[in-house]
Design a binder for this molecule. Structure first.
Ligand code: CO
Length: 134
């Protein structure tokens, strides 16, 4: 059911420093930062030949990243995003298999303007999974 790896998201305590590391030290192509208030994050997109890295920094007091950075003050991998062809069919199949879909179970529009859902990390090897409709 899952297709390509769309991106790996890394939570960072200092977005400018993380951008510089990827651009200058690793030599990657890095975007300007983009505020996404509806998701409580500011994002920098790193474009790699076969996938993307998203550098995520909390935006606003209720950002879901604050707890994560509290536990991982140096930053760390926050989630992986897999593409699916049909997000509602994927959700229904996952629910049928007992996997927990976060929130109200309805897809939201994600960082790339496409519908996304998140799956509970305890159901998938301790890793938060995002599904994005390709
Ligand atoms: Co993501």
């Amino acid at each position: 059911m899952i297709g390509r790896l769309n991106h790996v998201a890394i939570a960072v305590p200092d977005l400018a420093a993380a951008s510089r590391s990827y651009a200058e030290v690793l030599g990657a192509q890095v975007s300007a930062s983009q505020a996404m208030p509806e998701h409580g994050v500011t994002v920098v997109f790193v474009t790699l030949p076969n996938t993307k890295i998203e550098l995520l920094h909390p935006l606003g007091p209720d950002s879901p990243l604050r707890g994560f950075l509290g536990k991982n003050p140096a930053g760390g991998i926050h989630h992986v995003c897999y593409e699916v062809a049909d997000i509602l069919a994927a959700r229904d199949r996952l629910k049928g298999q007992g996997a927990r879909v976060l929130g109200d179970g309805e897809p939201k529009i994600g960082a790339h303007g496409k519908p996304v859902l998140f799956l509970h990390p305890k159901d998938f090897c301790g890793t938060l999974i995002e599904l994005e409709q390709a």
